[in-house]
Design a binder for this molecule. Sequence first.
Ligand code: F0G
Length: 422
Amino acid sequence: MPSKFRCIRCSREYEPGSIFRCECGGLLEVIHEPIKWDRHIVDSRLCPMGVPYSSGVWRYKELIHPGLYAGFIVTRPEGNTNIYHRGTVSDYVGVDKLTMKHEGENPTGSFKDRGITVAVSEALRQNAKAVACASTGNTSASMAAYAAQANLQGIVFIPEGEIAYAKLSQALAYGSKVVQVPGSFDDAMRIVQEASRELGLYLLNSINPWRVEGQKTIILELLHQRGWEPPDWIVVPAGNLGNTSAFGKALAELVELGWIDSVPRIASIQAEGAAPFYKLWKYGGSELEALHPETVATAIKIGNPVSWEKALRVIRETDGVVEVVTDTEIMEAKAIVDASGVGCEPASAASIAGAKKLTAAGIIRPDDDVVCVLTGNLLKDPDTTVKYHTNKLKGIQPARSNAPTQLDAKSISASLRRILSK
Ligand code: F0G
């Protein structure tokens, strides 16, 4: 090993191991053997280095907002999210070639940053003074951050008591005005549309087509990372249906460009208690019927999704499917993803639970190449995670709970041995 541990007090050296303090009590530091190394190697690994093109959204600017003057771009930068394969998750779903694209790795912790960077940049181009959205939490967190960066006033409408605390904290901390609406997300959505019309606020929900343009880059980046080799399936949680719509649009445009020659099938997964799109797809009808939503996955607790028409077209055009999963299935899939070290918020795990259900039904085949999109970060909803592991979620039996244990202060080592042997 070309690296050693060296004591900062007495310079004694150690082979790197699990000793972190020198015999003399001094702290250790890592010392590498001196080497000659060309700076161009690291430069080439980080290419290109500057914004906006280091962004996993603006890298595809010509496919997203080709006419936008670059001076209007508000970017963190976003995107550049990783794709993971974990054996435990594959085994759980029953598909070897299962990967997860983790959109929770965006700057504010969800895929929303991809659409918001485009829509806020467009707001600047239009000389807007204030931006607004209704949200189950993630859109508001993202909008608040980008509005702050762009010096725009943000106003978010949230269903009172219905959004995860971490998301509320983001919107407050980034300085948006937070309006609590008694009722559901769908009520907040109706109110924000009225308020935007009356007060001239620039609306940032995915009803705004620029949001969809930004969210297309989940697919563009995914296929780019895969050398433009499409998978057989892309599985995505579905709430307001912006992503489902954006995914289909991106795929159609890539075919048009000749960058891909086959189109993956899209599977949109809804929570059983908030599944108006599933009902429309399964039972037919010319209009979506709104319903009162109920699910532990508050991000997709939506009964009247705005983009259902676009999304329905996408499901038809990609030979896709819509599926539902129960709250118990969502939380169990989340426990598996979390324990694999990847982690996600409850709504995201709907994609894994959905892939499992579709595989069990023989619709996804065990040798298919499947990408599940994880839409949000594990830290977005810690309350639900802790409640699951401590068996405090109403109506959910936690099959994989990992509750904290009490240390017996009188006999620490015996107590620890007991905990570790469990
Ligand atoms: N996953 C997460 C983590 C979300 O926050 C959302 C939507 C979805 C999935 C559903 O995506 O709407 O494109 O079908 N959250 C919105 C919000 C509604 O306000 O944050 P969709």
